[in-house]
Design a protein around this ligand. Structure first.
Ligand code: TXA
Ligand code: MG
Length: 315
């Protein structure tokens, strides 16, 4: 069973010898290994059961470190890093040769980001290599937002989980690429569209190309709990799905069911994002057959929350 602790020196030693270690970030926990070591990166795919056509994000301590792994950074990308790094923003940029093809699934771009979590930032600063890290969940399942979530599923496959507490943001990073120099959002995430557009103006959003492996990161049925998720109006759905075998996921409203998770009684989308994945996991432990869920307001982090709910329902 993985040891859980906050010992950066131990995490560093394991990573330096080519092992896989779970690390906290502000978004979700990552399953990290030396991004420049093909054998170590192979272990990530094995532990997660992840197909190798789905590329990994490379984590660095700052923009200067990023420049060792990517070619010329477009002006908008630089502007975004100035505003939002460290933070929940992944940039797709042309990779340098030093980044193994395995990390990028053979693409000529690499996803790169600088996570905003104290422990992991200190870890990255002491390492002489960047960390490739997908979310620390079995492929296709909900991302983990606590060390305990990681331990529950991958604890017997990795030696160490660096415990940085519950993730502050709770949904994965926003992914932006620069196809023909036009900023394009490929995954809605912890940095809102509004925040991005304040800096670079209007961006296009391309997040729904179903299960085309050429558009990795956009597999439709993803982020899913084991129970079937049905989206709609809760009061209406309750007429079809019996309350004693159905989990209820709401934004604010209390339906007084024992199988209910309310994302944010006060109507805060930030709080709802923080709670979303733990709520989906909690339903999988309840004696229910279905999860009925409502969407949240389609603004700010609400877009990322709704995106995850739609994908969870797309089975
Ligand atoms: O918040 C996050 O981004 C977390 C933390 C650990 O940093 N990481 C994360 O990684 O969510 P992962 O592997 O679960 O999701 C990354 C997504 C994948 O779906 C992958 O297909 C896409 O990013 N991706 C990575 N590199 C890419 C590339 N070069 N081109 C297109 N998509 C890419
Ligand atoms: Mg993932």
């Amino acid at each position: 069973m993985a040891e859980i602790g906050n010992d950066i020196t131990r995490a560093k030693a394991l990573l330096a010898q080519g092992d896989v270690v779970a690390i906290p970030t502000e978004t979700v926990y990552g399953l990290a290994a030396n991004a420049l070591d093909v054998a170590a990166v192979t272990k990530i795919f094995d532990v997660k059961n992840r197909p190798q056509f789905d590329p990994l994000i490379v984590h660095v301590s700052d923009l200067v470190a990023a420049q060792s792994y990517v070619e010329d950074i477009p002006a908008e990308a630089k502007e975004l890093t100035r505003n939002f790094w460290p933070g929940p923003l992944t940039l797709l940029l042309k990779k340098k040769k030093i980044v193994p093809d395995l990390v990028t699934s053979g693409l000529d771009t690499v996803g790169i980001r600088c996570p905003d979590h104290e422990l992991t930032r200190r870890l990255l600063q002491t390492l002489s290599f960047p960390l490739a890290a997908p979310s620390a969940n079995p492929f296709g399942y909900v991302s983990p937002t606590t060390a305990q979530h990681v331990a529950a599923q991958l604890g017997d496959r990795i030696p160490y989980i660096l415990d940085g507490g519950a993730c502050r943001v709770g949904v994965e990073s926003t992914i932006i690429g620069f196809e023909d120099n036009v900023p394009t959002v490929y995954r809605l995430g912890g940095l809102s569209l509004e925040q991005i557009e304040d800096v670079v103006g209007r961006v296009q959003v391309l997040t729904h190309s179903s299960s085309n492996p050429k558009a990795p990161g956009q597999l439709q049925s993803h982020y899913a709990p084991r129970k079937k998720v049905i989206l709609g109006d809760i009061a209406e759905l309750l007429q079809q799905y019996p309350a004693h075998t159905t989990g209820i996921l709401t934004y604010q409203q209390d339906f007084h069911s024992p199988f209910q998770m309310v994302l944010s009684p006060d109507g805060s989308l930030e709080q709802a994002a923080q709670n979303l994945f733990a709520a989906l996991r909690a339903f999988d432990r309840m004696p229910i057959d279905y999860i009925i869920a409502e969407l949240v307001p389609e603004t700010g982090l609400g877009r990322a929350i709704n995106d995850r709910l739609r994908r969870a329902a797309a089975l």
